[in-house]
Ligand binder design. Structure first.
Ligand code: GRF
Length: 215
């Protein structure tokens, strides 16, 4: 049985990351591993897991004094998830934030972490789920893009939305400039979304008939 949010103590947050780790930096600033001095912290970053040994996120975690684990993914998702689950349990993790984690988690893992597993995606979901979202938004000629933080369900970028934030697409934008503008917004909204979840203010809703989801 899992305790509902709010927990009455700082939630212990794990971050899964495969890439640079800029969202991890934003989460570490909001939820320092030892707690914010003189402030009742909503959460503390307590563990970082990466499937890639060369992920910038591992170095960032190490520099911040957060336990960081490289768990090779190999060809066996279940084996990776079993080790990850063990690490999460041993660290007493309450909530998991995917931040540039480039693997699809199994339905069983997702179900186990229902309501406690978040992802940030660089588009206004449900538009442009999956890979290359920034490039695809540019190619589609849309006027606005943005980012979405959502609860993870068994689909790819389909779970209930916690927050969506628009950014404009400007004349002359390329994938790098647009991605930078979107990421600046991600760094603001991801900590805010985690805070809303651990305070019990955002919960996954049962999707209404006809699908969609969104909280
Ligand atoms: C973010 O832009 C996020 O939207 C996507 O992966 C990227 C990770 O960037 N899922 P970083 O590693 O946090 O810098």
């Amino acid at each position: 049985m899992v305790d509902p949010f709010p927990l009455g103590r700082p939630a212990r947050l794990a971050v899964f990351a495969s890439e640079r780790g800029s969202n991890l930096i934003a989460l570490l600033e909001a939820f320092p591993p030892l707690g914010a001095r003189g402030v009742e912290a909503d959460a503390v970053v307590a563990l970082v897991i990466s499937d890639r040994a060369d992920a910038g996120a591992l170095r960032i975690a190490h520099d911040a004094g957060v336990p960081a684990r490289h768990l090779p993914y190999g060809r066996d998702r279940e084996a990776f998830e079993a080790v990850a689950q063990d690490e999460l349990q041993r660290a007493g993790i309450d909530v998991v934030a995917l931040a540039g984690f480039m693997r699809i988690l199994s339905p069983a893992f997702v179900a186990r972490w229902h309501g406690r597993l978040l992802n940030v995606h660089p588009s206004l979901l449900p538009d442009f789920p999956g890979l290359h979202a920034v490039e695809r938004a540019l190619a589609a000629g849309v006027e606005r893009s943005g980012c979405t933080v959502h609860f993870v369900d068994a689909g790819v970028d389909t779970g209930p939305v916690v927050v969506r934030r628009e950014v404009p697409i400007l004349a002359g934008d390329d994938a790098a400039t647009l991605q930078a503008r979107i990421q600046a917004e991600e760094h603001r909204v991801y900590p805010a979304a985690v805070r809303a979840v651990v305070r019990g203010e955002a919960r996954p809703q049962v999707a209404p008939a006809g699908g969609g989801g969104g909280a």
